[in-house]
Design a protein around this ligand. Structure first.
Ligand code: DHB
Ligand code: MG
Length: 223
């Protein structure tokens, strides 16, 4: 099967036109990312909108994001937060975090969003030691090698009933291939293996096609 079909993006455009609409602030975010040379691996607009709606549907007041990139998904998530809600987002690269800071501020979400720069595992250890308010929603969209470790931290740092979302869990179907030449596949498979054994969460994954080709979101709810 081919890896992509132009109709996938055309349908995304149709969805955006009818259900989401033009959004100059998010266009500005993506333009700033491109100008700064960030990789264009943000979630799509339809996916971003889904993150916003998930935050709203779950009544999330505290959201954790692992992998800020230029802040595109953080803006969507922050929009879904309640009035006094907070988003903590973790980013390894200081240059990306600086771009994200500007994008999030310009999008009017600056007061709700804290960006923590550094290697996520260290930041997560620090957050665990602090033992602050537990998160209601966790979105993981970072280095795939650590996905299983991020699952452990997400469970540890969230309340019972919290929702966890992982991006890129299908990878053009590569996830079912233990010999895949995509270096990001083994970490993604580790996540599935960890979930298979973990009685603390109920999970599913939904395959997606669209502007971001064939991939998928994994959703887990903490018991
Ligand atoms: C990659 C990472 C992502 O988070 C994504 O959505 C797409 C691609 C990557 O590292 O290849
Ligand atoms: Mg991703």
């Amino acid at each position: 099967m081919q890896d992509s079909d132009p109709r996938w993006s055309d349908v995304d455009d149709y969805i955006v036109e009818h259900l989401i609409g033009e959004d100059l602030r998010l266009d500005a975010c993506l333009a700033a990312n491109e100008a700064a040379g960030l990789p264009s691996i943000d979630v799509s607009t339809t996916q971003g909108r889904m993150l916003e709606l998930l935050a709203r549907a779950t009544g999330a007041q505290n959201i954790l994001e692992i992998g800020t990139l230029g802040g595109f998904s953080a803006i969507w998530l922050a929009r879904g937060l309640g009035e006094d809600g907070r988003l903590v987002t973790l980013e390894l690269e200081p240059e990306y975090a600086a771009v994200a800071r500007q994008n999030i501020d310009k999008a009017g979400q600056g007061e709700k969003v804290e960006i923590l720069v550094g290697e996520a595992i260290g930041t997560l250890e620090h957050l665990s030691a602090q033992g602050g308010a537990p998160f209601d929603l966790v979105f993981v969209d970072a280095d795939k090698e650590n996905y299983a470790a991020y699952l452990d931290f997400a469970i540890k740092l969230s309340r019972p009933g919290a929702t966890l979302i992982f991006d890129n869990v299908v990878r053009k179907g590569g996830v079912i291939n233990p010999k895949s030449d995509d270096p990001k596949v083994p970490g993604t498979r580790d996540l599935y293996e960890a979930l298979k054994k973990n009685p603390k969460v109920d999970a599913t994954a939904i395959q997606t096609v669209g502007a971001k080709k064939w991939d998928g979101f994994l959703m887990a709810v903490v018991r």
